[in-house]
Design a protein. Structure first.
Length: 274
């Protein structure tokens, strides 16, 4: 376990393997362990860094003054500086892609490539934003995620046909149920509001390097459907790959497919920059 202090809090990350650097940025409500299959496959060939969002995994609470995804991108860039990594391929899933695009736009010279997975950098559709904010209010007021709310929240992350008795499903449910009131109120809920209250970056997607960008989406992703992925890919001018038999956490529902896609992309990006 490794920690880097930024903005007064300890950011937890793992740093495994040697070679060209890959930064894995995960989903809201998940920690770096969500990348376990990809870390195991990639780290014999690449230097893999995966971090925990504030209030997630082993990272500290959301720092005072962290109010936007631009702040999260700046903090991740500070981590890369601390690790003396000049260039990295960033793989961002869900909120990881939302702040990953901001890092790419603010420091394009630091990226070999960018993979945007199960994410969307436009504004959250207003009905969805209001719905999520109502859930945050309930969680904040009660200090916990009730069984009723778990029945609503947990399925959002998976394809409709997932076995709800599977370890993947049940472990995630148990993790959410175990969050303390303090962690929920200080970090999880504020991080959710930052995520779903984001501003619109669609008009800037054309600034990304289409040749070193890839959009990936689970073919059964409900919160970030393939239509959003195709919209972003078209604006960037890059390919869009759909992951079969996968929902929002596509890298865990079809890890072999996603890992193969990443290997191919990483090989191409790093060949272009050698």
């Amino acid at each position: 376990m490794a920690f880097f202090e930024v903005d007064g809090q300890a950011l937890h990350y793992i740093d495994q393997g040697t070679g060209p650097a890959v930064l894995l940025a995960g989903s809201y409500l998940w920690d770096q362990a969500m990348w376990a299959p990809q870390i195991a496959a990639l780290s014999p060939h690449y230097r893999v860094i995966a971090l925990d969002l504030w209030g997630h995994g082993e990272s500290g609470r959301l720092p005072e003054g962290t109010t936007s995804l631009d702040d999260i991108a700046r903090q991740a860039l500070a981590l890369l500086d601390h690790l003396e990594i000049d260039r990295v391929t960033l793989v961002g899933l869900s909120v990881g892609g939302m702040w990953g695009v901001r890092l790419a736009l603010s420091a394009p010279q630091r990226l070999n490539g960018l993979v945007l997975m199960d994410t969307y950098v436009g504004v959250e559709p207003e009905p969805t934003r209001q719905y999520y904010f109502s859930l945050f209010k309930q969680i904040e007021e009660s200090g916990g995620i009730s069984e009723q709310l778990l029945d609503i929240v947990v399925p959002i992350f998976f394809r409709p046909g997932i076995d709800r008795d599977s370890a993947l499903y049940q472990d995630f449910r148990a993790k959410l149920a175990g969050y303390s009131a303090e962690r929920l109120r200080e970090s999880i809920v504020p991080m959710g509001r930052i995520t779903f209250g984001r501003d619109d970056l669609l008009p800037r997607l054309g600034e990304l390097n289409a040749a070193t960008t890839l959009v990936v989406c689970g073919d059964q992703d409900k919160p970030r459907p393939p239509s959003e992925a195709r919209e972003m890919a078209e604006l960037i001018g890059c390919p869009c790959v759909l992951v079969p038999e996968a929902g929002h956490i596509s890298n865990l529902e079809n890890p072999e497919f996603v890992t193969e896609v990443l290997f191919s992309f990483l090989s191409e990006c790093n060949r272009n920059t050698l």
